[in-house]
Design a protein around this ligand. Sequence first.
Ligand SMILES: NC(=O)c1ccc[n+]([C@@H]2O[C@H](COP(=O)([O-])OP(=O)(O)OC[C@H]3O[C@@H](n4cnc5c(N)ncnc54)[C@H](O)[C@@H]3O)[C@@H](O)[C@H]2O)c1
Length: 250
Amino acid sequence: MSSLDGKRLLLTGGAGALGRVIARTFADAGADVAILDLDAAGAETVAADVRKLGRVAAAIGVDLTVHDAVQLAVAEAEAQLGGVDILINAAGGGIVAPFHEMTDEQWQSQMARNLDSVFHVTRAVLPGMLRRGEGRILNIASIAAVSGGRLVRNAVAYATAKAGVVGLTKALAIEVAEHGVTVNAIAPGAQATPGRDRDTPERRDALLDQIPTRQLGDPQHLAETLLFLASPAAVNITGVVLPLDGGHSI
Ligand SMILES: NC(=O)c1ccc[n+]([C@@H]2O[C@H](COP(=O)([O-])OP(=O)(O)OC[C@H]3O[C@@H](n4cnc5c(N)ncnc54)[C@H](O)[C@@H]3O)[C@@H](O)[C@H]2O)c1
């Protein structure tokens, strides 16, 4: 038996570079998967891969910054899966702009995409977990929330929003701990996603100079870390923000 046989995962950002690895890894471990993503076509492609692994999959296109739309999307995901045992908030992403030149719109869009989205989805999923007396909530923050974004310059808004995700993780972990729901976050450093192939050799060297292990993160290892945090072995781990950064934040 795989460790997550019969579990139901709701994954935001599942069409993205990390999300699609997470979806396949969890399906491989026996979980059914509902993907919520702005990119409906990308979500459907990943859902088709999950079905090929013999699991139930749903793909729902939704803008997670819009509260009412999230309510409907989560209800649809719960209907298709029959409930949600594990929530992974992976949707997000950063823009870079010098702080003194940042517009109100840029600031607000970063808060909406990286923090409001986590609030909207988690609030919609939590009642079902509380009713069942168990659940796992896993947030993808960023090492930028901890180290001030030294790996990516001019990312103040992103670092601030991800620091909000860290605060939400810890405070919610305390609030729901006695109801059988754990809330944890990972704080990845730079991951070896396809987008990194565009780095010049100079940029790559500058990045590796800031990482003691001199390795970018492997998305498969990130997915397997989440798998551990969702597994029975992690039942007593909550409120943790785990850096996956090759020692960058030491
Ligand atoms: N890739 C890295 O090196 C790295 C490092 C640290 C943290 N992270 C975080 O990990 C997560 C995934 O990163 P990724 O590299 O896969 O990024 P990605 O851009 O490839 O994927 C992000 C996904 O989120 C979706 N999304 C964005 N805004 C949305 C919205 N408003 N509504 C619905 N969906 C939305 C996008 O459509 C996309 O599919 C993000 O939260 C990111 O901040 C990534």
